[in-house]
Design a protein around this ligand. Structure first.
Ligand code: ZN
Length: 99
């Protein structure tokens, strides 16, 4: 499983993402949704769940040296923070209509 040459992209067919080689490592992963992320993020969300040796053999992101260390934030969804300022205190119900 060779590193991706800087400046080129390779598609991980099992994960469905493109990985762009970067100079000095820290490759960029282009997810189908959201902005690009790290190999660690890709692994945390996708690659670690691959089933069986056949899929892992095709995955471009199974090399621990390439993906680096996975941090807790890599596991979280990339949804933007939602301002709950106007919606606090009334989960599941309209305010002021208690009977
Ligand atoms: Zn993969």
């Amino acid at each position: 499983m060779a590193a991706i040459p800087p400046g080129s992209r390779q598609r991980c067919t099992v994960c469905g993402v493109e990985i762009q080689g970067m100079v000095g490592g820290g490759d960029l992963v282009h997810f189908s949704q959201g902005g690009p992320g790290s190999r660690a993020k890709l692994w945390a969300r996708v690659c670690q769940y691959l089933k069986g040796d056949a899929q892992r053999a095709q995955c471009l992101n199974q090399d621990a040296n390439l993906r680096g260390s996975v941090t807790p934030s890599d596991y979280y969804a990339e949804a933007p923070m939602i301002d709950l300022g106007g919606a606090m205190g009334s989960p599941g119900g309209a305010p002021g209509t208690d009977s």
